[in-house]
Design a protein around this ligand. Structure first.
Ligand code: G3P
Length: 215
């Protein structure tokens, strides 16, 4: 399973890259706004750090506006993937982008059939949001499992990026259902490395090391 970082913070991205854990990055307007920096500058810098796909979100509501933004965003760097919302206008823009060879990531997917339509329109990536669905007493991972089965039944090449990850169990479940990619906040990546028994074990070994006579 590929791991993307769901952040626009270049410090976090550099740290994740140093750990060898970053196959790509996803951003959204909320994440970029938290940096307090201009949109294009941030995306450009991230694309210089990461060689894998970097999702940058288009915000137009109409097809023509989305296509215009897709052209602009994809000219920032060759690894930019244009994030397009799951709407009728969005699907039209995805189709137009696919015809031009521009990669897209259809975002804000909350139903497996929305994901199937996105793949059919020609999306390279589809992003089901599990955490936001769980927040409303839904079952986010069921949607992901359904979507993966649908895409595989019909040999779609779109990759499923499990998004809106809240905790390590979402990552475990993503891997168990065979998701192509999971995009995780940096704090979740950090928590995946930790276990109290690892800390306790290190502490005990260090203490015992001190007891070994110095030769
Ligand atoms: O990048 C999209 C998605 O991962 C957002 O997550 O936590 O705002 O629901 P969240």
């Amino acid at each position: 399973m590929k791991i993307f970082l769901d952040t626009a913070d270049v410090g976090e991205i550099r740290e994740g890259v140093a750990m060898g854990m970053v196959d790509g990055v996803t951003t959204n307007p909320t994440l970029v706004s938290r940096t307090g920096r201009p949109f294009k500058e941030v995306i450009e810098e991230i694309c210089g750090i990461v060689s894998g796909p970097v999702s940058a979100e288009a915000v137009s509501m109409d097809t023509q506006g989305l296509i215009k933004e897709a052209n602009e965003l994809s000219s920032i760097a060759s690894n930019v993937v244009v994030k397009i919302p799951m709407t009728v206008d969005g699907l039209k823009a995805v189709k137009a982008c696919a015809e031009k060879g521009i990669k897209t990531n259809v975002t804000l997917v909350f139903q497996s059939l929305q994901g199937l339509l996105a793949a059919k329109a020609g999306a390279s990536f589809v992003s089901p949001f599990v955490g936001r669905l769980d927040d409303l007493a839904g079952e986010g991972m069921d949607m992901v499992a359904e979507l993966l089965t649908m895409l595989s039944n019909y040999n779609y090449s779109a990759e499923v990026i499990v998004a809106s990850i809240r905790h390590p169990m979402h990552v475990v479940q993503s891997a168990m259902v065979g998701a192509h990619v999971v995009t995780i906040p940096f704090k979740v990546l950090n928590s995946l490395t930790k276990h109290p028994l690892t800390d306790r074990g290190i502490e005990a070994f260090l203490k015992d090391y001190e007891k070994i006579p110095k030769g």
